[in-house]
Design a protein around this ligand. Sequence first.
Ligand code: PLP
Ligand code: COI
Length: 372
Amino acid sequence: MIRRPPRSTPKPSSAASDVYKRQSLENASIFMPLKKQQIDWDGLGFEALPTRSMWKGECSTGEEWTDGDLVPYGDVNLSPAACVLNYGQGVFEGMKAYHTAKDRIVMFRPDKNSARMQKSTQRICIPTMNDEYFMKAVLSTVKDNIDYIPPYGKGTMYVRPISFGISKAISVQPASKYLFIVFTSPVGSYFKGDAKVLHLFLSDEFHRAAPKGIGNAKAIGNYSASLFPGMQAKSNGYNDMIYVHAKNEQIIEEMGAANLFAVSNGELLTPKLGGSILDGVTRDSVITIAKEILNLKVKEIDIEIERLLKAEEVFCCGTAVEVTCVGKISTKEKEYIIGNGDYGPKTLSIKKHLIQIQKEEIDDPFGWIHPI
Ligand code: PLP
Ligand code: COI
């Protein structure tokens, strides 16, 4: 069982945190990890566990994001008329911090998350923050909660930046005031029961997003759209859903929280971007590893359902799900076993390379690792 930190977590200005801040925030080249928290690292699931502190900043329309500081981890007060509650004006990011084989803490391609945050905020009228502000907030939060990062080999720290409209909106319009929060949680495997091989349900009954909607932004509304189909799939024994394109239901898009890949005739295929698919950081990393390290032919194309179901290998990828094999796909009519129903050689090799780079078990030839 996870031993949770006390509800009244110490203020970030506690003595230990101050010592740490002196060592790391002011002199980033010195890394001196604190003693880890007493947490059952082997029992971690994918849950939001409270940590010491979170970043909290405010910004009004027409202003720059400059405000913000670490505050004790905790609830936020909102007006019932807050724009995010009524009209879903909110976006988020998902990143991870790793305790690596080199006994240091690193993040993976945080610059990509910062860039995507800018695109997402722009799409739903939230003031856009620059890289410097985003990175300061993320790195300060990770550093102040460094003792909650699972030890090497025992999970990761999930980092969740969120921004949303807090001022009142009764008519449909963007808020005039926004919050930006970064919180963290130590996490283990995303799929329940540590599912190693997924069984997904492919259906055109529901769409996750529309081509000219907000599917390519990490907007909270996309995730509301996936809740009912996702729950229905899970209650019928599947791990999750595969969504099809809203305009052409013969081609596949992605899952509710991950991108999809297929190996077909030895080539690596993934749905092309440009519509309602999220431009995943892991997707881009998988494509690069496949091309540059494994010399695979990669195609970003429309993938027909038929082709997916006949693929030699299928896998999904994302920060939370990492690279996870899809062994079976069911439609309303039939169940299809993909390849031999387990990890194929290409999926395994891509997964291994990605994890080994993230955990600094092999060299990072791409400059993706961001040491803290
Ligand atoms: N697609 C969706 C809808 C997601 O929520 C995610 C998760 O962030 C991804 C794809 C994968 O993106 P990333 O690799 O940047 O985590
Ligand atoms: C991520 O992989 O970081 C995501 O944002 C997926 C999430 C909805 C759990």
